[in-house]
Ligand binder design. Structure first.
Ligand code: 13P
Ligand code: SF4
Length: 330
């Protein structure tokens, strides 16, 4: 049973104005219902680091895209995976764990970055570039559809993109779909030619350098941790560019007192809860897709075991090959 006092104490760390005691009482009842249904359904609940703070309370595992794709392949005893994140993440769980029922509580929870790369356009671009660069290697960021992963030589995540590209035997790489990450990787690996896809994440691409410069002026010693989906003019101002879990680990280990997490706002909430005693400032934007997952649609999805993620087997095996290659290369 969730205790509303304890819940309130914890959730106000993320947002004291929003998490009133009355709201925490309501949240507690919903969390109890989810716990009950999870046991009935033999379900495991995975939550991405950008989810709403109350969802972390019932999550069995939380993490970044890399950690969650590893975990999804290891939840042997569960029959159902409730994926609290966005569509490509739930698809990745299905790719690595085909025997499980994978449920995304709101099927509208997509990703503006993944949407920039349609499989048919990717196929045509690969064909065009292979005529010019016979040595071309294709790396797709995990924020892509399964069909795009199936067309790629290797997949990668924000935690290992530079390592994967570096380890590829090819000198010329088509990187799909994030042009900002492609530019970041190109700086780290000057001996390779990285051809970017013209995609970007609407959340990270809109973050401006001014919001960082403004806080740096007040706290010159602040550690600036950015997600590599940010623009080059923002990454330039960072102490480190890291995945979402990389940012949490950095803040936990560092001796610094103040941090600025430059990414989606859910991570700033999570940092305040997971790393108490340190000070976190915001230069963030909200991802509307990540916030489409709520306790209410988690309850409905556990009751109905819908919406389920399914994939044609040839697409799934093709995408699995590119994910396995990522693990082999790193
Ligand atoms: P991470 O893999 O770093 O958690 O990032 C996922 C994502 O969608 C960032 O926008
Ligand atoms: Fe996609 Fe951007 Fe949202 Fe991440 S933050 S899920 S890249 S739209």
């Amino acid at each position: 049973m969730f205790n509303p006092e304890q819940l309130h104490k914890k959730l106000i760390l993320a947002d004291p104005g929003f998490y009133t005691f009355e709201l925490c009482e309501e949240i507690g009842q919903k969390l109890d219902r989810i716990t009950e249904l999870k046991a009935e359904r033999n379900a495991v609940l995975l939550a991405h680091n950008y989810q709403r703070p109350e969802i972390f309370e019932v999550a069995d595992f939380t993490g970044d895209s890399l950690e969650l794709s590893l975990l999804a392949g290891k939840v042997e005893k569960a029959e159902v995976i409730i994926f609290c994140g966005v569509h490509f993440m739930a698809e990745t769980a299905k790719i690595v764990s085909p025997s499980k029922k994978v449920i995304l509580p709101n099927i509208q929870a997509g990703c503006s970055l993944a949407d920039t790369a349609e499989a048919e356009d990717v196929r045509a671009r690969i064909e065009e570039l292979r005529n010019k660069y016979p040595d071309l290697g294709v790396v797709s960021y995990v924020n892509t559809t399964a069909a795009v992963k199936a067309l790629s030589d290797a997949c990668c995540t924000s935690a290992n993109a530079v390592d994967v590209i570096q380890a590829m035997p090819n000198k010329t790489i088509l990187y799909i779909p994030d042009k900002n990450m492609a530019a970041y990787a190109a700086k780290q690996i000057p001996d390779k030619t990285i051809i970017p896809w013209e995609g970007s994440c609407y959340v990270h691409h809109e973050i401006e350098p001014e919001s960082i410069l403004h806080i740096k002026e007040i706290y010159p010693d602040i550690k600036v941790l950015v997600h590599p989906e940010c623009r080059d003019d923002v990454i330039k101002l960072a102490d480190k560019a890291l995945s979402t879990s990389g940012i949490i680990k950095y803040a936990m280990k560092s001796n610094a007192e103040r941090f600025l997490a430059v990414t989606e706002c859910g991570l700033s909430d999570l940092l305040k809860i997971q790393v108490p005693g340190k000070k976190f400032y915001r230069a963030c934007k909200i991802c509307r897709y990540m916030k489409m997952i709520t306790l209410d649609n988690i309850i409905t999805s556990l009751e109905t075991l819908q919406p389920e993620i399914t994939l044609p087997e040839d697409v799934r095996t093709g995408a699995e090959r590119s994910i396995r290659r990522m693990f082999e290369l790193t």
